[in-house]
Structures are given as structure tokens and as C-alpha cells.
Design a protein around this ligand. Sequence first.
Ligand SMILES: Cc1cc2nc3c(=O)[nH]c(=O)nc-3n(C[C@H](O)[C@H](O)[C@H](O)COP(=O)(O)OP(=O)(O)OC[C@H]3O[C@@H](n4cnc5c(N)ncnc54)[C@H](O)[C@@H]3O)c2cc1C
Length: 412
Amino acid sequence: MGVRHAVVAGGGIGGLTAAVALSRRGWRVTVCERAAALTGIGAGIVLAPNALRALESIGLGPAVSAGEPLAGALGLRTPDGAWLSRTGAAASRYGVPARAVHRGFLIDALAAALPPGALRLGVSVGGVDEAAEGAVVVRTSAGELRADAVVAADGLRSALRGQLFPRHPGPRYAGETGWRAVLPGAGLPALPAAETWGRGERFGIVPLADGRVYVYATAVAGPGTRPADHRAELVRRFGAWHDPIPALLERLDRPDGREPDPVTVLHHDFYELAAPLPRFHSGRVALLGDAAHAMTPNLGQGGCQAIEDAVVLAHLLAGGTAVPAALAAYTEARLGRTTLISRRSRRMGDLARLSHPLAVSVRNFAVRATPSAVTARGLDTLLGWQPPPGPEPAPGSPQASSRSVDIKEEER
Ligand SMILES: Cc1cc2nc3c(=O)[nH]c(=O)nc-3n(C[C@H](O)[C@H](O)[C@H](O)COP(=O)(O)OP(=O)(O)OC[C@H]3O[C@@H](n4cnc5c(N)ncnc54)[C@H](O)[C@@H]3O)c2cc1C
């Protein structure tokens, strides 16, 4: 059998990880990204232990490990600063500490691991057609491509999902809008990662591995609500909350230390898929990441699940396995887990969005009364996930030499 070719629609976190994972399993890959440049739009992202283990399994551990891991406790607070819960750092429980990185850093690290010539920018995928001899033809804005398999990683509003599952209801509004920004960290004391829950409003603080601080805020609002001035809106909503929130909001007006202009505030409404897909594959096309299971960001797992999808898919497509059988196994491996996590994320949002004072008091009492060991155990299925065995490292790669050292030591 000759080298098989996969076309990946979408150069986001999921598509790039899939392309790297497949190329490391011997596939030729072409990534079609409709944007003219790869951009890490979206401020920061938390890579939880499950995603980091998945990246490690395909040899990307060192590429995403620059800077400091998320240290100390992760906590939940009330607007006056009282702690509702504090769980220990995940490192001790899951063997690898979570990392919060700038999305640009993650996208650059993934793109740098692509084989030369694999990425085609400014190329939009319009649809797929089954062809003879087990191939599939991908219609793109730059002409047709022939592939043995297609990875639909084209995000929340996936065109391929629309074509393959025309009766699926697609995305629905999750009831909240959110702001995100990355602030300069110089001069700030060490900040614990924490989320503060008010009445229908949340504010999150996450120190990034590169020394900057990722902040986010959410509010219950109708879809498409657009305040005239995002900074003023954030100060109005959160300016009287506990320290260091007011001081962090002041930093929105300053350059982030890398850019000369004031910090960019991103504002997006939250969407999720209205219903799970019946399958994550159709013919020779596998759906992955937000295209397959866009979820609310309440558990910070959308990107992590896209990474898990990618390494599982590449594992199942390795070694000459027939594509239809591999894709059926992929659905089997991923649909249940991601459906469960989407549901948990939605339930977490339902709690966080409460705004009636009585409901908020009951919620806060319940969170305070839950022992941190119970909270931590509840995360085991999420964060303790193990990836399938990774590909053999290429001869001469740093991974290959470290693996051969291990073997030699065992032989002694
Ligand atoms: C506020 C917020 C905070 C979040 N925080 C976290 C977090 O901390 N941790 C976490 O794991 N997840 C988080 N997520 C979720 C995470 O951002 C997404 O799940 C993740 O980006 C999905 O990656 P993807 O590659 O599937 O899709 P996308 O990132 O949407 O990438 C899709 C790509 O496909 C391209 N594309 C679209 N259509 C086409 C086409 N027809 N042809 C070619 N290219 C196309 C797009 O331009 C894009 O580059 C958060 C989400 C939000 C909204």
C-alpha cells in the first residue's frame, strides 16, 4: 500500500493536532485553512493534564512546555473574595501539571510540527464527494483534492457537518456572553488561578506560562448583545469585586508588553451543539473538535477534547487499518466521552449562571460544604484520561534517543 493522504479541513487546535498526529503515523497530510494566516485568536487556553498527555504521546510535550505550569491551588471565590473551594494543583494527582498558554503559542507550536508544505492557507473546504476506489474528493476554493480520508475540523459552524448531517440542528446559544484578554503581568504579585462567581456573572484569573495573565468574564445576556465600550462594561460589572480584579481591569488600557497598543478585549457569545451527533464519521470523513461536539467553555475542555480526538483518530488510522473500520472505531471511542463532558459542562454553566439571591446562597453553601477531595475525585474521569500508545519516534529525534536510553537501562 502506498502512502495514504488525509485532507484536514480547518487549521485550529483540533485540525493541526490531527495533521501532526497523522503525519507521525505515516500519512501524507494537507491542511486547508480558510483564513489567510493562522492566528491564535482567543487569548489564553488552559491545557489540562488529559490534553498534555495526549500531546506528549505524539511527541509534542516539549513543544508546549515552555514557561511555568499552573502552580498552586485552583479555586472558586465569591465577589467579596471569600473562598468557596480550593482544590490542590492537579500535578500531584495526575502526574502532569496543567498549563495555561497563549493560544498563539499553542497554534505556533502545532504548526511548527507540521511536515513542510502541508499547510494551505486561504483555502476553504466547501464539501466532499465519495469517489471510486475508496477515495474521497474534497471540493476546495483552490480546486479539488483527492484523499483516502478527510478530517472535518472546521469548528462550531462546520460546513462539512452541515453537508453530512443535514438534519442536525447545529449550534444553539448557551445563554451567556464572555470577554477575554491577556494582560501584562509585570509588577503583579503571584496570582492563584481562580474563578469568582457572582449573580449571573463570573470573573476568571489564570496566570499564563509566559508570565502574562489571562482574564475572562461572563454575563447572562441575550445573544448578540454588544456593549458600546467593553472596558467600561467590565468595570461596571466587576470593578467593585475583590482584589486584584479592579487592578487587573486597569491594565486593560495598557500595552501587554509585546504590543504597543492597549490590550485587545475579545467578546464572544457562547454556543454549543444543540444535540449530540449520531456519529462522528460519515463515509471516509471523521468529524473532530468543535465540528463534532462544540461545548460550553465552563470546564475548559473544548480544545482539550479536540486534542484527545486527534490522537485517538490517528492511532486508529495507523498501520494500514481500513478507513471505514477505523472511523467506526473512532466514533465508538469518542462519542460517549465527549457527550458526557459536554453535558457536565452545560450543568456547570447552569450553576454558574444562577442569579436569584436565594439560589445563589444555596449553591454557595453546597460548594463550600463539598470536601475538596470529593471535588478532585469528580475530575478524575476528565483529567485522568490516558491516550493510546503513541507512534514510534522518528530515528534521530530527541524522543527516539530518550526512549533508547530507557531500553538500555532496562537491559542492564
Ligand atoms: C471563552 C472560551 C474559552 C475557552 N477556554 C478553553 C480552555 O481553557 N481550554 C480548552 O480546552 N478549550 C477552551 N475553549 C474551547 C476551545 O476554544 C475550542 O473547543 C477549540 O478551539 C476547538 O478547536 P477546533 O480546532 O475544533 O475548532 P476551531 O478552533 O474553531 O478551528 C476551526 C478552524 O477551521 C477553520 N475553518 C472553518 N471553516 C472552514 C472551511 N470551510 N474550510 C477551511 N477552514 C475552515 C477556521 O478558520 C478555524 O481556523 C474555550 C472556548 C471559549 C469560547
